[in-house]
Design a protein around this ligand. Structure first.
Ligand SMILES: Nc1ncnc2c1ncn2[C@@H]1O[C@H](COP(=O)(O)O)[C@@H](OP(=O)(O)O)[C@H]1O
Ligand SMILES: [Mg+2]
Length: 246
């Protein structure tokens, strides 16, 4: 698609819209073919109340990090964007998911076969060293600036909730914190995959992330290795994050 409509004088808006639409159409066709009885909640589809009484709902973000998908510099396209597909069940909540990073040729999923080691072995931060935090580059939460101003933290800004969550899995960062706004499709697949890799995933106040609600607004998110939960919980508790989700 980038080579089709991403020529020298390409229009980023066209690329964003085409990326969103074509990925959505592809996924809807696959789901309709393989799982015709399931409901779907997609960022790019019309929502329906039917999903609220369904036993199984696919929660899909066809192109997360749409802005980054449309950007290149010095002729090199950005690779921090993702495709999210999660499966929610009435009985068990999030039960499966996959996050594809097509720009990097990687797919992370809940099968448990895509990474060899425990997430806890990968980076520092547990014994008080500098924390590496993944944070949004295009929707920077005020909370993150407040944390950076008060604690020993290195920020790693990148696009896409999926890319940021995968950076915690691989150990590129210690945690991903978001506030100020997001929808269920932004976090459902990343959270399913993060949990399958042994990570903690919750709201900023430590409560559970609840999916397939009538209003899919789910404004904040906290993902990290289990060993870092006490340290980061303490930081978050010291911040007044109520003001960050308006
Ligand atoms: N304050 C906000 N309000 C609504 N959506 C937000 C948001 N901050 C981030 N998001 C959404 O969360 C996803 C990841 O954002 P970011 O790349 O900034 O971390 C993006 O999804 P989309 O690219 O699917 O729109 C973005 O639109
Ligand atoms: Mg998104």
């Amino acid at each position: 698609m980038r080579s089709d409509i991403g020529g020298a004088d390409y229009e980023p808006r066209t690329l964003k819209d085409s990326g969103d639409a074509r990925s959505h159409e592809f996924l809807m066709k696959q789901l309709a073919g393989f799982r015709p009885d399931d409901a779907v909640l997609s960022e790019e589809g019309a929502d329906s109340n039917e999903r609220l009484s369904a036993d199984r709902v696919w929660i899909v973000d066809p192109l997360d990090g749409t802005r980054e998908f449309s950007e290149r510099s010095d002729g090199v396209w950005r690779d921090d964007w993702a495709v999210h597909v999660a499966l929610w069940s009435k009985a068990d909540g999030l039960i499966a998911g996959a996050v594809a990073l097509p720009g990097r040729g990687q797919v992370f999923d809940t099968s448990g076969f895509d990474l060899p080691s425990e997430p806890g072995q990968r980076t520092g931060g547990v014994d008080g060293g500098t924390l590496k935090l993944a944070a949004s580059r295009s929707h920077p939460p005020k909370l993150i600036d407040d944390i950076v101003g008060a604690y020993d933290v290195d920020l790693v800004r990148m696009g896409s909730a999926g890319v940021k969550t995968m950076s915690v899995i691989t150990g590129e960062t210690d945690a991903y914190i978001h506030a100020g706004g997001q929808y269920e499709w932004d976090s459902a697949a990343p959270v399913a995959v993060a949990r399958a890799h042994g990570l903690h995933a919750s709201r900023l106040d430590g409560t559970d992330l609840i999916y397939n609600r009538a209003d899919p607004w789910l404004p904040d998110l906290f993902i990290c290795r289990p060993a870092l939960v006490p340290r980061i919980t303490e930081i978050l508790a010291a911040m007044n994050h109520e003001e960050h989700n308006d």
